[in-house]
Design a protein. Structure first.
Length: 281
């Protein structure tokens, strides 16, 4: 039996069936697509408090790095109050499609239910912006997809990985598998996440909200993704990542209230990784 397996493996190698994954070039947006991103970021439908966070979240450069264009089908994961939805919905409204995979409306977590309701109210309140947004659910039911299999060009998640790890590594793995299933071959996953220092334990990640790049890559690659590129666009070298209330010590949460408020405002929002993965052809 062992001899037969070795012969089969050798034949596969000789025929080219077993090969290392070739590097994938990062996507490029042309001048027209870049202008569309710029217009969406500067759109009048955005809330002023959200616009004020652009300095930390760098939406135009982040979306350009992810290769998001107006013609794509994009899934935004757990959009919360819709910070990025305010940009993506008008960007994709005419020629593309935005799918918002939000919290489960029947979740046992009251915050999840409330956030979903508020998001739906926001969508209904501005139909000229959000009328074409498709609302779906991301939960931990393996039978519930976030979109039709193989239908999306991009899946984007912003500052969510620590939540899935808090639910359990198996739940986090399932979420990445759902992303993989929803994407077309060649489709890409963009991840922005609070970045922990190398060597941070899983327990520390869950407690602090900061996750190591190694852990994110482990989850993505286990689901079948291949890393394409890493960007420094959302890094914040002022953030030590060592705070009394974890990432929630910093703005916009400022969990300590007025205690050392000026200090944490001066640091700004968290140090973040920005990673791009591809579902291989």
């Amino acid at each position: 039996m062992m001899k037969r397996l070795l012969l089969v493996a050798g034949a596969a190698l000789m025929s080219g069936l077993v090969i290392a994954q070739e590097p994938v070039a990062p996507p490029q947006v042309d001048l027209e697509q870049q202008q569309a991103l710029r217009d969406a970021v500067s759109g009048t439908s955005r809330g002023i408090t959200n616009v004020m966070r652009d300095a930390y979240r760098n939406p135009e450069r982040t979306l350009a790095f992810f290769g998001v264009t107006p013609q794509q089908t994009v899934i935004e994961i757990w959009p919360g109050g819709g910070w990025y939805t305010e940009i993506l919905a008008p960007l994709l409204r005419e020629d593309g499609k935005l799918i918002a995979a939000h919290f489960d409306p029947e979740s046992e977590v009251a915050f999840f239910r409330r956030s979903r309701t508020e998001f739906e109210e926001k969508m209904a309140g501005a139909p000229d912006v959000y009328d074409k947004v498709e609302l779906t659910t991301l939960n931990y039911d393996p039978q519930l997809p976030i979109a039709e299999p193989g239908s999306a060009d991009r899946v984007l998640t912003f500052r969510n990985v620590h939540n899935w790890l808090s639910a359990g590594e198996d739940k986090a793995a399932l979420v990445f598998e759902k992303f993989y299933a929803a994407l077309k071959p060649g489709g890409m996953l963009g991840v922005v996440e609070h970045q922990a220092r190398a060597g941070t334990s899983l327990e520390q990640m869950i407690d602090s909200g900061y996750v190591t790049q190694t852990k994110v890559r482990e989850l993505a690659e286990a689901a079948g993704f291949q890393l394409v590129s890493v960007s420094p666009v959302n890094q914040n070298v002022q953030d030590s990542t060592d705070h009394p209330e974890g990432v929630w010590t910093l703005p916009p949460t400022l969990r300590l209230g007025d205690k050392d408020r000026a200090r944490y405002l001066a640091i700004g929002e968290s140090d973040r990784m920005t990673l791009l993965f591809v579902k291989p052809e």
